[in-house]
Design a protein around this ligand. Structure first.
Ligand SMILES: [Zn+2]
Length: 235
């Protein structure tokens, strides 16, 4: 079974296993994941075994069972802490990112003994700035928030030379927003070093396997399936 793209950063950590699985593949057995609500709620894995036992958008494990999130265009974010060997999986769309879900996950790990400067984070396949159009008003609302880092967006749609299908067409004269850059900036604000954060830059709309993108489906009604991204400490 194909395992999806790899993170060069997480691949350096020999004590864990992870995957950004292709859309439509089931999660591994015994995986904990929440009923996702685009919230900032991150819970210990035991609260989501069996899966969807409670509402959460992030799950932290300190044992060897996998934790996961399911996404279509939102960011799947995997955390690993070599010091305590905790791992976390976080679902971070725009709404959850703005609500602070990445901060919650980082705080949750720190509460259990991790150090921010020791964390490793990989951001998997998600809609890229090549295809993610947002209305001007939404970007202006975000830009007005003093607690947010500088945003990255462009009025002109970025060309993606790696696209395997046409990029999204503009639908509402908006701007092309870089959600992964916002996530990375927020992780930096949390104290995680730049060299320990990797963005895979696989756009679900124009690069990943067909059926990966919620937004593509809204444009073409072609169907989509969730992608499970999971991580676990090795036994
Ligand atoms: Zn794209």
């Amino acid at each position: 079974m194909p395992r999806g793209p790899r993170s060069a950063l997480l691949d350096t950590l020999t004590w864990l296993d992870y995957a950004f699985q292709p859309a439509g593949q089931p999660a591994p057995a015994e995986t904990a994941y929440g009923q996702q609500r685009h919230s900032a709620r991150v819970v210990p894995a035991r609260q989501n075994r069996p899966p969807k036992s409670c509402e959460s958008d992030g799950v932290i494990a300190d044992d060897t069972q996998p934790v996961a999130v399911y996404t279509a265009d939102c960011l799947p974010v995997l955390f690993a802490d070599p010091l305590t060997r905790q791992v976390a999986a976080v679902h971070a769309g725009l709404q959850g990112t703005l609500a602070g879900v990445l901060n919650s996950a980082t705080e949750g790990l720190l509460t259990r003994g991790a150090r921010a400067d020791g964390l490793f984070v990989a951001i998997g396949p998600a809609i890229g700035p090549c295809c993610y159009e947002l209305g001007h008003d939404r970007v202006q609302q975000m830009a007005a928030r003093a607690d947010l880092p500088p945003l990255r967006w462009s009025a002109e749609q970025p060309h993606n030379p790696l696209a395997v299908r046409p990029q999204a067409q503009a639908h509402h004269q908006g701007v092309w927003f870089d959600l992964a850059h916002l996530a990375r900036s927020l992780l930096l604000q949390c104290g995680i070093p730049d060299r320990q954060i990797e963005v895979l830059n696989v756009c679900t709309y124009c690069m990943a396997e067909a059926g990966s993108s919620y937004r593509y489906n809204t444009h073409f009604a072609s169907g989509y399936q969730s992608r499970f991204s999971w991580i676990r400490r090795r036994a």
